[in-house]
Each structure stands twice: as structure tokens, then as C-alpha cells.
Design a protein around this ligand. Structure first.
Ligand code: ADP
Ligand code: MG
Length: 621
């Protein structure tokens, strides 16, 4: 999956609009930006003034061909010192400001990306690996912020400096200036060709680098699986191959860079030499030599002219360098912007947001109370277009009804649950809650009225307490403890060193699946929603605790609509209706007794799967 996305980005062209947008982030801190604009203007002015001072010193104090003099040398020295101090101060301020811009920018983009990621639907996460997202969030955003905030300085300084020094050169001697500027077009062409090649390899290196991060991540996260499947060797080989590719591309980029810079330096040396030879003739004219087409130039003028000419290539190289960096960071930039622009498959329409508000700002005054009537109307659904799952699926669940879904693994039970929770939406047809398509109401409206405990329970980073009162932030300590006690979660929670304040870690990695399910149960019980969804909610909980939970839920489920996917008969038996899901459709439907009488699939399933279980229970009793 990582590869596909990387490939997509590889084929994209460099996009100035994209960079305009990213540079636009600096506009958010106008003060910093304007401060830097002024600072760079002044720094460039100082840089352009130095050669003029030099010229003055040579022509007045040294005065070649005339009498040297020291009149006014103290004032001159004072001006020089003031200029140096002033420029140093300006430099200091822009360094500080650029650091601030960088920090603010990466903060802003991260914040935006984070909020955006939270709103993306499950289907996005189906297609995207966590390693890939981490690489994007961390390294890409850091890289882009750094590049933009510091290149801004170079762009400003270089542009100011080029403009000012070319003007100064023209004023000194326009003919000589034109000759020096002749070198610029070949310089630009060579830069362009070589840099493109450098970029190609840098990009390749980056791509491999991103794969390394991803492989690293998967290697670590999947270490257990790897070990169980004895795949260490194969994994290491794959990793080595990626690393070798990375090395090859990096070396090529380095070799080209090594050729590039001496070429540029040689070209600028040619320009300086030209100015020196032709300008030298101009100076000799002042000393009685023959005048050439360059005209007459004083020694001071020539010295400062040459210092302009030779330092003119600095900013040009600078700009070329930034251009190169922008190009090589193009992929990162595309990934960052791509991430910010990823459209969620599931999002509330404008009208819905207007009425029901957003996640951050819900307008609860407009929320209708939820009754608990759920209807699938001609629903088609698939995760991948090539594997249709539900086709013209119809189901009406009445308020207060308990529905049990049974069927083999992969039959589509969790899919139906996902659709009810609106983690996914129907591809065709609609799902109605209380008679209205759920897309006409906000996602939050549904999800705050719906409690779910899933096969793979998800905890949010934060403490156990945060996780339990997730749906009811206003719950009291007593209510939280009561909810936990109802599902026997209190025992293991109190055994933790920090009790309810124990951090569950990212994704709750430090707890077992069963413990996570218990916390999810406590959360649901505390939230006391109108619709309950339990998808193999007790699959990782021991039989004894399950029984306790069973009793707790029976009380809570009273009068609520509930959809239960269970792998144990005891949970199902009392359901109002049992649906046998096969091949993405309802194969049989009825109460436990009715279905047994039908002697169909449920009957067989019961005989094979559940008989042992009920036998065991009967023996226990
Ligand atoms: N996120 C997903 N992306 C692609 N296919 C999926 C996804 N989730 C489930 N499937 C596929 O959909 C089918 C039904 O899965 P599921 O609803 O989880 O079955 P059940 O819960 O009954 O075991 C299976 O073939 C499964 O591989
Ligand atoms: Mg399932």
C-alpha cells in the first residue's frame, strides 16, 4: 500500500501552486514575516554598501597615480563600524525570527493535519499504513517547515542583493556589466540540467528512505507475527534490498552535486576574469594608457565592481540551491498537502453541519432525541469494488429490539455493524435511523447515541478514566467507578499502579484485548446510549467474567435497540430475532426456537458449534 501511494507521487510534476500554498503558511504570522522582509532588505543594503565604501577608500585614501591622503579616515572608519554592527544585529534578529517561523509553521501544519486525520473515515485507514502516516507527519512536516522558513530568508536576501548590486554595477559601468552578465544564461542552463539529474536521485533516495521507515515500523510492530511465522530471514533480506537501493541513489546524487558546484564556480571565475582584464584596461586609461570601448574606470571603481561581479553569483547559486531543494522536497510537500486535502469518504454535508454543528462545535439544541429504529433499505456495499459484499440488503430493526447476527467468519457480520455505526456508508441504498437517512444527520449525532464494543476494541490515548467517560465527560467519579464495577473492570484497574489514572498508551497497547473490551463495556454502560452494538464483544474475555457482563448488559439493554454479534449461544438465545448471515445476505431469520425448527443452517450451526457449549454449561449447572 505504501508503494502505490509513493508511485503516485513520483509521477507528479513540480507544482508552483503547491509551494505558493505552503509559503502561504508564513502569512499566518504577518509580524514575523514583515520583520524578516525589512531585516533582509537592510542586510542586503549593507552588503551593497561595502564595495562602495571600498571604492571610496581606494580612490581617496590610496588614490593610485595621485597623492595618498588620510583626510576623513576616522569618519570613514566610524561609518564602517556602524554598518558592520548594524548588519550583525539585523542578522541576529532574522535568525531568531526564522526559527520562530519554522516552529510556528510546523505546529500549524501538524495541528491541521492531526485534526484532519481524526476526521478521516475507517476506509482511509484501511488503505494507509501507520508507518506511512508517521513518516509523513513527522519527517515531511519538519522538512517542509524548515525549508520554507529558512529559504524565505535566502530568497529575500538574494533577490534584494541581485537587484541592488546590478543597479550599482550599471551605474559604475554599464558596458562592463553587460559583459559580466553574459555568463548568466549558460550558468542557468547548466544549473537546470544538472540539478534536475541530482533531484531525480535525491527523490529516489527519499522514496527508499520512506520505505525504510515503513519497513522499520512494520518490522517492529509486527515483530510478534514475524517470530511466530518464522519470517525473520525474509524480512531482513527485504530490508537489506531497500537499504541498498537507498545507498545507490544517494551516491549518484552526491557525485552529481560534486560535479555541479565546481562547474558553477569556474563559470563565475570566468566572469570575474573578464571584468578584471577589460576593466584593467579601463584603469590603465586613467593612468595614461589607451582608452578601450569600456571607457575610463578608476581603480576604486574596478575593485568594487569586481567585488559585485564575483559576489553576484552567490545569490544566484543561492536561488538555484533553493530551487533544487524545493524540487527535491516536492514529494514531501505533495504528501503533506495531499494529506491535508484527503477527503474523508464520510463527512457531513454543508446543510447537516449547518443544522447539527461540527464535532468541535455541536449544536445540540437541534439534535432530535434518538429512538432506535434502524432500517437498511436496498443497501449495496463493498470494501473493494471487485468483491461485492452486500447486495440489495434489507433489514428493519425496531426500537428496543435485540437482534443477534450469526454466521461464519467473513460472512459480513462486522460489516453490517460497521455500516450501522457509520464507520462506512452504503455504496448504494440507504440506512435510516428513526426513518431518516443517517446522512441527513451528523455523524456525531449518531455516534453519541450509539455505544459499541468491538472485536478489536479501540482505546484513545489518555488515562483509563478518560476512556471510560469518553462519551460522558461530565460523569462523576462515582458513576465511573460504578460502571467499571458493573463489568468487573474495577478489579484489574485497581491493580494498576496508578489505578484509573493509568495511561493506556497509544492505541492502548499496554492492555490486553480483553481488558480493552472491559473498558469499552464500562464506557458503553456509562454512556447509556439508545443503540447498543456488540461485535464479538466478549471474544477475549474469560467465561466467568463474560457471565457477569452478560448480567450487567441484560439490565442495560432493557428497552434499547441492540445488535449483537456473538460467538456463544447463551448470548444469542434470548434475542428477539436471530439473523443468519451468509454470503453478505440474510439466509435465515427468526427466534431461536423457530430457527431450530427450520432445520436449516442455524440448526446445523447450533448442533456443531453450540452444543458442546450448552452441554458444558448444563454440566456446570
Ligand atoms: N476493512 C476491510 N477492507 C477490505 N475487506 C474487508 C474489510 N473488512 C472486512 N473485509 C472483508 O469483508 C468480508 C466480511 O468481513 P466481516 O464483515 O468482517 O465478516 P465477519 O464479521 O462476519 O467475520 C470478509 O471477506 C472480509 O475479508
Ligand atoms: Mg467480525
Amino acid at each position: 500500500m505504501t508503494d502505490d501511494r509513493e508511485q503516485d507521487f513520483q509521477n507528479q510534476k513540480v507544482d508552483p501552486k503547491l509551494w505558493k500554498r505552503l509559503y502561504g503558511y508564513t502569512l499566518r504570522r504577518k509580524q514575523l514575516l514583515i520583520g524578516n522582509l525589512i531585516a533582509m532588505f537592510l542586510v542586503a543594503v549593507c552588503d551593497v554598501l561595502y564595495p562602495i565604501l571600498t571604492r571610496y577608500a581606494i580612490d581617496n585614501f590610496v588614490n593610485p597615480g595621485g597623492e595618498p591622503s588620510t583626510t576623513g579616515i576616522w569618519l570613514f572608519a566610524a561609518v564602517y563600524v556602524v554598518l558592520v554592527v548594524f548588519q550583525s544585529y539585523m542578522t541576529m534578529t532574522f535568525i531568531k525570527r526564522s526559527g520562530d517561523i519554522e516552529l510556528n509553521m510546523s505546529y500549524d501544519i501538524r495541528q491541521e493535519a492531526f485534526e484532519h486525520l481524526q476526521n478521516l473515515s475507517f476506509s482511509f485507514y484501511d488503505k494507509t499504513s501507520v508507518g506511512y502516516l508517521m513518516a509523513r507527519m513527522v519527517s515531511d512536516i519538519t522538512r517542509i517547515s524548515e525549508l520554507i522558513s529558512w529559504s524565505m530568508i535566502d530568497i529575500l536576501w538574494s533577490s534584494f542583493y541581485i537587484i541592488f548590486s546590478v543597479i550599482a554595477m550599471f551605474i559604475f559601468n554599464w558596458r562592463l556589466t553587460l559583459i559580466v552578465l553574459i555568463v548568466i544564461p549558460p550558468l542557468a542552463v547548466i544549473s537546470f540540467i544538472l540539478q534536475k539529474a541530482i533531484l531525480k536521485y535525491q527523490r529516489a533516495a527519499r522514496k527508499q528512505n520512506s520505505r525504510i521507515t515503513s519497513a522499520f515500523n512494520e518490522g517492529i510492530m509486527g515483530a510478534m507475527t514475524t517470530k511466530t511465522l518464522v519470517r525473520e530471514k525474509a524480512n531482513s533480506e527485504e530490508f537489506e534490498e531497500i537499504s541498498t537501493e537507498f545507498k545507490k541513489a544517494s551516491i549518484k546524487a552526491q557525485v552529481l552535486s560534486a560535479v555541479f558546484f565546481p562547474l558553477i564556480i569556474s563559470l563565475s571565475a570566468i566572469a570575474t576574469a573578464l571584468a578584471l582584464v577589460l576593466g584593467g584596461a579601463g584603469v590603465s586609461a586613467t593612468l595614461g594608457g589607451t582608452e578601450t570601448f569600456i571607457g575610463v574606470i578608476t581603480a576604486g571603481m574596478l575593485v568594487s565592481f569586481i567585488s559585485y561581479a564575483s559576489s553576484l553569483f552567490d545569490p544566484i547559486q543561492n536561488l538555484a540551491g533553493i530551487f533544487a531543494e524545493l524540487q527535491s522536497a516536492q514529494a514531501s510537500a505533495e504528501r503533506v498537502v495531499g494529506l491535508l486535502d484527503t477527503k474523508s469518504d464520510i463527512s457531513d454535508t454543508k446543510e447537516v453541519v449547518e443544522k447539527y454543528g461540527t464535532t468541535m462545535n455541536p449544536r445540540k439544541e437541534n439534535w432530535e432525541p434518538l429512538v432506535g429504529d434502524i432500517e437498511f433499505r436496498h443497501v449495496d456495499f463493498y470494501y473493494n469494488e471487485s468483491e461485492p459484499l452486500l447486495q440489495d440488503f434489507n433489514l428493519h430493526i425496531h426500537p428496543g429490539e435485540t437482534i443477534a447476527l450469526v454466521g461464519e467468519t467473513g460472512a459480513g457480520k462486522s460489516t453490517i455493524v460497521n455500516l450501522i455505526c457509520r464507520f462506512y456508508e452504503p455504496v448504494k441504498g440507504s440506512i435510516l435511523i428513526d426513518g431518516k437517512d443517517y446522512r441527513e444527520r451528523s455523524e456525531l449525532w449518531l455516534q453519541s447515541n450509539l455505544g459499541y464494543v468491538l472485536q478489536q476494541p479501540h482505546l484513545f490515548s489518555g488515562s483509563i478514566r478518560d476512556n471510560i467517560c469518553f462519551g460522558r465527560p461530565d460523569a462523576t467519579e462515582e458513576e465511573i467507578r460504578h460502571a467499571a464495577a458493573m463489568v468487573h473492570a474495577d478489579e484489574f484497574i485497581e491493580r494498576q499502579a496508578k489505578g484509573y489514572d493509568t495511561e493506556v498508551g497509544e492505541g492502548g497497547v499496554r492492555l490486553s484485548t480483553g481488558q480493552k473490551q472491559l473498558i469499552s463495556f464500562a464506557r458503553v454502560i456509562l454512556a447509556n446510549p439508545q443503540i447498543f452494538v456488540l461485535d464479538e464483544a466478549t471474544s477475549s474475555i474469560d467465561t466467568e467474567t463474560e457471565q457477569i457482563i452478560q448480567n450487567a448488559i441484560t439490565t442495560v439493554l432493557e428497552g434499547r435497540t441492540s445488535i449483537v454479534v456473538a460467538h456463544r449461544l447463551s448470548t444469542i438465545r434470548n434475542a428477539d430475532r436471530i439473523l443468519v448471515i451468509r454470503n453478505g445476505g440474510i439466509a435465515e431469520s427468526g427466534t431461536h426456537e423457530e430457527l431450530l425448527e427450520q432445520k436449516g443452517y442455524y440448526h446445523d450451526l447450533y448442533m456443531h458449534q453450540f452444543r458442546e457449549e450448552s452441554l458444558a454449561q448444563a454440566l456446570e449447572a
